[in-house]
Design a protein around this ligand. Structure first.
Ligand code: B12
Length: 292
């Protein structure tokens, strides 16, 4: 079976490729490697798929990535039947991993050849820019080098392990416009400052971090380093309805303040902004003066 062709044929996937787990290990901690083996003994190959999510909406107080259905669920729903099919047909062990994963997903995507990493640390799809999520299938199937299939249907040989990691225009706009000055060299993000991290953090924030939060309107996530990137100019909207329909682009204090955790999860079932409960959202809304 040609797994890349099967993946590429799925709605919602733009580019696909495969990398060797042994090579990816160079970008992972020992504990992450052990965890990966606990999910998939003798893991050899990582199949990588990109899922476009750009919806064109720049208004609201939620980051674009969190406006649609929870991408974890969307990606699991697409990849799980394929992973099961691989297991059935090959007798292998295969697991779907998305985001909450020991794998370094951006490096997996780079090594599989599906995209290039920009100075903002994110993977860029040839057609959809960095507004793509990464989904993977980790399997003990023997690794076989294969050309990646990109969103414009071109096939490319994945880069060698030693090729440059950051491969973009190096215009520096992401660094320059980052409101928190959180982007360092080689795509390294300073999580103590990154507004995406701070908005989602449950921890007590320092005075400096609170001041940083006030620098933008969002109460969940941050899109600045993606919006200012010339490689993201005029990227097409995703065709995946999970990320374009029933969107929630804003939350108010009234929407959430009196909800228990259970009620919050029920009200916003399948939304990526629920995983830390209401606490950070209410803190951010209050800080930004949304409370009347
Ligand atoms: C923790 C995490 C975060 C943290 C920390 C991010 C970070 N980059 O450190 C926070 C909360 C800030 C965050 C924010 C966001 N995240 Co996030 N996040 C993750 C997660 C779970 C792990 C990332 C991680 O810690 N990687 C390991 C660290 C240690 O990598 P690193 O060493 O920094 O490596 C980078 C560079 O240093 C460089 N590098 C590494 N080694 C070397 C060696 C040399 C020699 C050189 C030159 C360079 C180099 O390559 C890497 C580039 O990414 C991944 C999913 C996953 N399992 O990978 C998603 C993930 C990276 N996030 C994702 C998304 C969508 C986001 C946001 C856009 C969400 C938002 N709108 O708010 C922002 C973007 C902020 C940004 N510019 O990164 C997507 C990215 C998709 C893409 N197109 O790349 C991922 C892949 C989830 C997914 N499955 O789709 N995220």
């Amino acid at each position: 079976m040609n797994i890349l062709d099967i993946l590429y044929a799925q709605d919602g996937i733009s580019s696909v490729g495969v990398c060797e787990f042994d090579t990816l290990k160079d970008y992972m901690s020992l504990s992450a490697i052990e965890k990966s083996y606990s999910y998939c003994e003798n893991a050899h190959s990582v199949y990588v798929a990109l899922f476009p999510y750009f919806n064109g909406l720049k208004s609201g107080n939620l980051s674009i990535y969190a406006m649609g259905k929870d991408y974890h669920t969307v990606i699991y729903d697409i990849l799980t039947p394929i992973s099961e099919q691989i297991e059935r047909k090959t007798g292998s062990k295969s697991v779907v991993l998305v985001d909450n994963s020991p794998l370094n997903e951006t490096q997996a995507a780079r090594l599989a050849g599906v995209g290039k990493i920009g100075e903002n640390g994110l993977i860029f799809d040839k057609k959809y820019g960095s507004f793509v999520f990464i989904g993977t299938i980790l399997t003990n199937l023997e690794f076989k080098q294969m050309p990646a299939i990109l969103s414009d249907n071109t096939h490319i040989v994945p880069p060698s392990k030693d090729s440059k990691i950051i491969d973009c225009l190096h215009c520096g706009l992401c660094k320059k416009h980052c409101l928190a000055n959180a982007i360092g060299d080689n795509g390294k993000i300073n999580c103590e400052k990154c507004l995406s991290d701070l908005t989602q953090s449950k921890k007590d924030l320092s005075k400096e971090q609170t001041d940083l939060l006030l620098k933008h309107n969002l109460i969940w996530g941050c899109d600045t380093c993606q919006f200012v990137c010339p490689q993201n100019k005029n990227v097409p909207f995703t065709e995946n309805k999970s990320f374009t329909q029933d969107l929630i682009n804003s939350l108010s204090i009234e929407d959430i303040e009196n909800l228990t955790r259970k009620q919050f999860n029920e009200k916003y079932k399948d939304r990526a902004f629920t995983w830390r409960g209401t606490k950070p959202l209410i803190r951010n809304l209050t800080l930004k003066g949304y409370k009347i």
